[in-house]
Design a protein around this ligand. Structure first.
Ligand SMILES: NCc1[nH]cc(CCC(=O)O)c1CC(=O)O
Length: 332
């Protein structure tokens, strides 16, 4: 498209910025609560809301508190919630067997949510890190993160989550071939309608720091995730990964982190036109909250602006810890 306009003074761009009504009328992108997916940290216990110091305003919730908060999120118009478990140290092992325990914390939470709030979509995370003694997303042998063995474990994990009633599976592990393997397993186990949102372009990022505090993986991670997550310097590779995951049966794709990677969101949306999501990750949330707490930024406006920018970059939705606060601001 080549924009056409008369030379100044016939065209004055400021004409359409003069009043709120005119600005509203020409606004191209909008954010709604329906665009938000709320990532939530869960833990064992009763009546617990345990604050996470590096994520002001975010807490680990016991399942009873999860139900209360999810009911409120649903009432605010948030269509989906995504679960991340804080696992007891005793359940973190080298073989990660707790990941596919039908009664693990996540699977119990899925059942409780679907029983109480059937219309709220429940998304899961598929990766072994909450259950792994060494904090990695895949099985580790002699310091190597194994691909094919990890995919088998991830398929078992996915089946247990689908069995519990998950609506959307979110493989975040970055092993090769996992989307196809999970999709095939879902078809043969009778879970043909379970959707997959692939963390297709997931970068090896320092912005995941507070999340690793939240799930208790920070002190445990041996080394880094650079042999499976993407190099922040790469862009074409993101398109190849999205193409690969869509061709293996992903229904939706995700770019992660969010704000520093808006160029990737735009390229992915333009190239494929598939349902495209961004994850505004823990470090992005923490930066805005920290600046707000210091009085250096208007946190509410920074939240709203950052989320609107994802829509401008082509995203259909955003995973964000701001979801309830943003939905409240939009409703209010
Ligand atoms: N597979 C784990 C996973 N799933 C989501 C996040 C990060 C989310 C965030 O920072 O908010 C991570 C962390 C990681 O890859 O180390």
């Amino acid at each position: 498209m080549t924009p056409t306009f008369a030379p100044y003074p016939a065209t004055r761009f400021r004409r359409l910025r003069r009043t709120p009504a005119l600005r509203d009328l020409v606004q191209q992108e909008r954010l709604s609560a329906a665009d938000l997916i709320w990532p939530v940290f869960i833990r064992d216990g009763q009546g617990v809301e345990e604050p996470i110091p590096s994520m002001p305003g975010v807490a680990r919730l016991s399942l009873d508190r999860l139900l209360v908060q999810a009911t409120e999120a649903h009432r605010l118009g948030i269509p989906a919630i995504c679960l991340f478990p804080y696992t007891d140290a005793a359940l973190r092992t080298e073989d990660c067997a707790e990941a596919w325990n039908p009664q693990n914390l996540t699977n119990r939470a899925i059942r409780a949510l679907k029983a109480e709030l059937p219309d709220l979509a429940v998304m899961t995370d598929i990766a072994l890190d909450p259950y792994n003694a060494n904090g990695h997303d895949g099985l580790v042998r002699d310091g190597i993160i194994l691909n094919d063995e990890s995919v088998e474990a991830l398929v078992r994990m996915a089946l247990a989550q689908a069995e519990a009633g998950a609506d959307i599976l979110g493989p975040s592990d970055m092993m090769d071939g996992r989307i196809g393997a999970i999709r095939t397993a879902m078809e043969s186990a009778g879970h043909k309608d379970v959707a997959i949102m692939s963390y297709a372009a997931k970068y090896a990022s320092c912005f995941y720091g507070p999340f690793r505090d939240a799930v208790g993986a920070s002190g445990r991670l041996v080394g880094d995730k650079k042999t499976y997550q993407m190099n922040p310097g790469n862009s074409d590779e993101a398109l190849r990964l999205v193409a690969r995951d869509l061709s293996e049966g992903a229904d939706m794709v995700m770019v992660k982190p969010g704000m520093p990677y808006l160029d990737i969101c735009r390229r992915v949306k333009d190239a494929f036109g598939a349902p495209t999501y961004a994850y505004q990750v823990s470090g992005e949330y923490a930066m805005i909250r920290a600046a707000e707490q210091n009085g250096w930024i208007d946190g509410t406006r920074a939240m709203a602006e950052s989320l609107l920018c994802f829509r401008r970059a082509g995203c259909d939705g955003i995973l964000t810890y701001f979801a309830p606060a943003m939905a409240r601001a939009l409703n209010g």
